[in-house]
Each structure stands twice: as structure tokens, then as C-alpha cells.
Design a protein around this ligand. Sequence first.
Ligand SMILES: NC(=O)c1ccc[n+]([C@@H]2O[C@H](COP(=O)([O-])OP(=O)(O)OC[C@H]3O[C@@H](n4cnc5c(N)ncnc54)[C@H](OP(=O)(O)O)[C@@H]3O)[C@@H](O)[C@H]2O)c1
Length: 160
Amino acid sequence: MEKVVLVTGVSSGLGKAFATALLQGGFKVVGTVRKQEAVREFEELRPGSAFARVLDVTDAPEQLAVAVAEIEQNVGLVYALINNAGYGHEGTLEESSMDELRQQFEVNVFGAVAMMKAVLPHMRARREGRILNVTSMGGLHVEATIDLVTTVKALAAKSS
Ligand SMILES: NC(=O)c1ccc[n+]([C@@H]2O[C@H](COP(=O)([O-])OP(=O)(O)OC[C@H]3O[C@@H](n4cnc5c(N)ncnc54)[C@H](OP(=O)(O)O)[C@@H]3O)[C@@H](O)[C@H]2O)c1
């Protein structure tokens, strides 16, 4: 039976690349997207093995838990989560608003944590599962205009 991997943020970039490689490797992939239009595009990558769900990692934790339960019921048991969704806010600290700073943490840190909290009860019950958190070299190497990303990714790396 194909193992199911849940990948967040598959509309572009690394998430799409992870999903494509996993599909080629024989996994079933449930990819999350934020726009309804992106659902079909993802599922067309490999009909019957690629499934898309509309989800924002900043959705309420209860909503994320329901989304994971629905995937387990309708697609299959989630073997692995790739916490990929995220973005890098650019700007020095003094030119970034508090709202921008909060949003960066909401998505890159708390969003990733919320996804882990949604899959962990299922994985623990089965005593099997894998979680891969996509962080950044920025957690190790600081650059002036992306210092916030660096901090956030360092935090995410340490907490995972
Ligand atoms: N590329 C780099 O150089 C680099 C460097 C360091 C770290 N990273 C990390 O690698 C990961 C992937 O980055 P990428 O370069 O592949 O970027 P990307 O092409 O912009 O892809 C990011 C993905 O995350 C999704 N996303 C963003 N915010 C989200 C949210 N609140 N809820 C759910 N999905 C959300 C995006 O969806 P939409 O299409 O709807 O926006 C998109 O699918 C990120 O975590 C990023 O921080 C990348």
C-alpha cells in the first residue's frame, strides 16, 4: 500500500519539488494549497496519488485537526508530514511593522507547530511517523535585511 505524505505549501518552490519527487517515488501525497484554483493543478501531477486540500497553516488548530482527520479517513493514514509552508519577510527590524513581525512568526513558527500538533496524536497512536521541518540556513548564518527570518527559522529549527 502506498504511504501517505502530507506536504504543506505545494503550489510552488520546494513544496512542489518535494511532492513531485515523492509521487515519483511511489508515495501518495496530500499537498496543501491556499487557493481553490491550485487544487486541480496539483492533483493533475498524478491523478489518484496526488490529492490537494485547501488549508492555511494559520487556520484555527481545531480546523487543522479536522483537516488531518479527514485526510486520514478519505486518503489514508499520514505516514509523514513535511512542514514546508512558509515565507521570508525581508527588511530590517526597524523598518518592519509589528504586524509583519507577528505574521512571520504566525506562519513560520506557530503554523508549523500547529501542523505538528494536528498529526502527532495519529502518529503516536500508531507509534509510527516522520516529521520533517523545512527551516533555513538563515538559522545559522545571519544577513542584515533578513534578520527576522533568521531568528524565526532558528527558533523553528531548535523547537523541532
Ligand atoms: N527558497 C529559499 O531560498 C529558502 C531559504 C530558506 C528557507 N526557505 C523555506 O523553504 C520553504 C519553502 O520556500 P520556497 O522558497 O519554496 O517558497 P515558495 O515558492 O514561496 O513556497 C512557499 C509555499 O508556502 C505556502 N504558504 C505560504 N504561507 C502559507 C500559509 N500561511 N499557509 C499555508 N501555506 C502557505 C505558499 O502558498 P501560496 O502559493 O498560497 O502563497 C507556497 O506554496 C519555506 O518554509 C521557506 O521559509 C526557503
